[in-house]
Ligand binder design. Structure first.
Ligand code: GLN
Length: 356
């Protein structure tokens, strides 16, 4: 797996922006209007302390030039690396934000969280424990060795074999019916109708032999009832859902708020299921750096190779960030640093108890 991207010449930058934005310049139109199709506006203005923490992190890391865009999905290498957006949303919907808030980018692995939540909601938490597993595999997110080692068991819904198996557990009479449920839970958590980034979907579909192999192998071990290539295609599509930093902040805040979207007020998940989703995020949300991340922040998090990152301080806030360059584990460099600073400033670590 390579995340490194070679230095490209300036002339490619314009093309990149074109491909990245996908159809119809939607992103810029949305950004200019500040809406991106959101039906309900977010409550303005977080507290001065949150505003200050968000702005300080943005200023501190804005020019940090470490890491590289993912390039194993060709379309991701073309996203401008300098994008940086941070959104913190409190359980009542107040938010603080800065930077590139309304630029759409593919959600990638962050989608694994919401399809996991869907399956728990449909079939109960035990279906995931028994049907996929909830232990960290100790291997890279697309490891085939881990499948062989455990014969398709002991996976985690937030790494590819487990994520494809989780898609394979969503019930439906047809792939369209399954897809409607998958996009539906993403929409509910974001509070608006999301769309698939077609260039990214095509780019990954053209190059996802490895994920298809993973799906086939998991299916060979009898880990899910759906046709493995259909499951892998649906998985690829869910990873290509376009979100913005604002969407991610709201999605994270839905998880911070026991499963109730703080902007729309819709109850998407029960508090019980939400707590279990967060536990899985704490276990493997940042792949083989999950332990390091939890040690540093105490926050359940989930990254995507598109440069998105969410983190949740239960009952306190959800954070979404967007900054494409990734470290070697595949996690956004600026996103991790910004969230760590902001959470520290706000006392977000749920393990940090006051002495009495
Ligand atoms: N769609 C990507 C893949 O399957 C998602 C990986 C990621 O975000 N870590 O490779």
């Amino acid at each position: 797996m390579r995340y490194q991207q070679s230095q490209d010449d300036q002339s490619l930058v314009a093309n990149r922006r074109q491909l990245f934005l996908g159809a119809g310049g939607f992103a810029l139109a949305g950004a200019a209007a500040g809406t991106v199709g959101r039906a309900q506006p977010m409550a303005p203005g977080g507290s001065p302390a949150v505003d200050a923490a968000v702005k300080a992190a943005y200023e501190r890391y804005r020019t940090l030039n470490e890491g590289a865009n993912a390039d194993y999905i060709p379309a991701l290498a073309q996203v401008p690396s300098s994008y940086f957006g941070i959104v913190v949303v409190a359980p009542r919907g107040k938010h603080s934000s800065v930077g590139d808030l309304n630029v759409p980018f593919s959600i990638q692995s962050i989608s694994k969280v919401f399809t996991l939540a869907l399956v728990m909601k449909e079939s109960g938490p035990d279906a995931v424990v028994n049907g996929v597993g909830v232990d960290a595999t100790g291997q890279a997110f697309n490891s085939i060795e881990a499948i062989e080692q455990y014969k398709g068991h002991e996976m985690n819904p937030l790494v590819n074999p487990g994520a494809i198996a989780t898609v394979g557990q969503v019930t439906g009479a047809s792939p369209d019916e399954v897809w409607a449920k998958i996009i539906g839970i993403h929409n509910d958590c974001a509070g608006r109708t999301l769309e698939v980034n077609q260039p990214v979907y095509k780019s990954e579909s053209d190059t996802n032999q490895r994920n298809r192999a993973i799906g086939m192998l998991m299916s060979a071990y009898g880990r899910f009832p759906m046709d493995p290539l259909v499951a892998t295609d649906l998985y690829t599509r869910q990873c290509s859902i376009n979100v913005t930093a604002t969407d991610l902040g709201i999605m994270a805040a839905t998880l911070a708020n026991g499963g109730k979207n703080p902007v729309t007020g819709k109850v998407v998940l029960t508090p019980d299921i939400t707590s279990k989703v967060l536990a899985v995020m704490a276990t493997a949300g940042l792949y083989d750096d999950s332990g390091r991340w939890l040690y540093a922040t105490g926050l359940p998090g989930k990254s995507g190779v598109g440069g998105g990152l969410i983190a949740v301080s239960p009952g306190k806030f959800g954070i979404g960030t967007f900054a494409p360059p990734l470290d070697k584990a595949g996690n956004s460099v600026r996103g991790q640093k910004a969230i760590t600073d902001i959470s520290d400033a706000l006392g977000g670590n749920p393990y940090l108890a006051q002495q009495v």
